[in-house]
Design a protein around this ligand. Structure first.
Ligand code: PAF
Length: 286
């Protein structure tokens, strides 16, 4: 496994493999890797010849007052995890290499970026779309692998890849969870063990929503929202639920009446647990 910090070198490496008919995969990450990332790397390696993992805490996707400085980092541990998971190359640039002294270009999407997270993290998806466009132009992968936990990010990137005719296939892999259902996330490191235990309520209310729709055949989403709010109030009164929304998985449009709805349903939530903000979701059909 080689660690590369230089954009041109990665472009040349990828070009070389593409010319020799090899399939190149990219797993983009912000580091502090966990089992979710490992599962992406293992799958990417299994389905492709060459695996490039990018590790870059992208400053442009963090808003003012967010946790960019505090974001957990442990690059040496990350290198070991990547090596064990079959990575061939790690792209680990400095911010200056990625953005230079000045950077005038931004990739901005409307609509899908404005809902859910959009209300709480304005500008976040501009940063994500911009850095992922850059990573795709740098690593030139045939396939890019991302976890389902960031459902809106996936919807945004799917749309961006389609709208801009980018020749990369986006593969979304299932969310890896702790035993109690908590979705694995680099930010879980900020939780105390008590908060981690109590955070099992988040997956519980997602499953509860699914159950109410698929088994109890409830079609009025207000009934579900009410029940979920009460469960959280009762089990974890100190949690601050920022949103819990039932939407179409592609357009992210809210579904208020599920009567006759046949598409993929995304229930997603964001919740502040102490000073840590967690997101999670579940995707299913009726
Ligand atoms: O999901 C992440 O870790 C980041 O948003 C990504 C895709 C690596 C872009 O910085």
């Amino acid at each position: 496994m080689k660690v590369v910090k230089d954009i041109t070198a990665v472009q040349q490496i990828s070009e070389f493999y593409r010319c020799t008919g090899k399939k190149v995969a990219l797993v983009p990450t912000m580091g502090f890797l966990h089992e979710g990332h490992t599962s992406l790397m293992l799958r990417a390696k299994q389905e492709n010849d060459i695996l490039i993992v990018s590790i870059f805490v992208n400053p442009t996707q963090f808003g003012k007052g967010e946790d960019f400085d505090k974001y957990p980092r442990d690059i040496v541990r990350d290198f070991h995890i990547c090596e064990k998971s079959g990575a061939d190359y790690i792209f680990n640039p400095e911010a200056e290499e990625m953005y230079g002294k000045d950077h005038f270009t931004k990739v901005t999407l409307s609509n899908v970026t404005e809902k859910l997270e959009g209300d709480f993290r304005p500008g976040h998806f501009d940063g994500v779309a911009t850095v992922v466009t850059k990573l795709l132009n740098i690593a030139k992968p045939h396939r890019i692998y991302l976890g389902q936990k960031d459902a809106q990010q996936n919807a945004v990137l799917k749309r961006m890849i389609s709208d801009l005719n980018i020749d990369t296939e986006l593969i979304i892999c299932e969310t890896i969870r702790e035993e109690n259902g908590l979705a694995r996330s680099s930010r879980n490191t900020f939780l105390t063990s008590e908060q981690k235990d109590k955070a099992s309520v988040l997956f519980h209310v997602l499953k509860e929503g699914e159950k109410m729709i698929t088994r109890e055949k409830i079609t009025d989403t207000e009934i579900i929202y009410e029940k979920v709010k009460n469960i959280i109030k009762e089990k974890s009164p100190d949690f601050q639920l920022q949103y819990y929304k039932i939407t179409d998985n592609n357009s992210l449009e809210e579904i208020r009446d599920l009567n006759g709805y046949t598409g993929e349903i995304l229930i997603s939530l964001a919740c502040k647990v102490g000073s840590t903000r967690l997101i999670d979701n579940i995707i299913f059909t009726k």
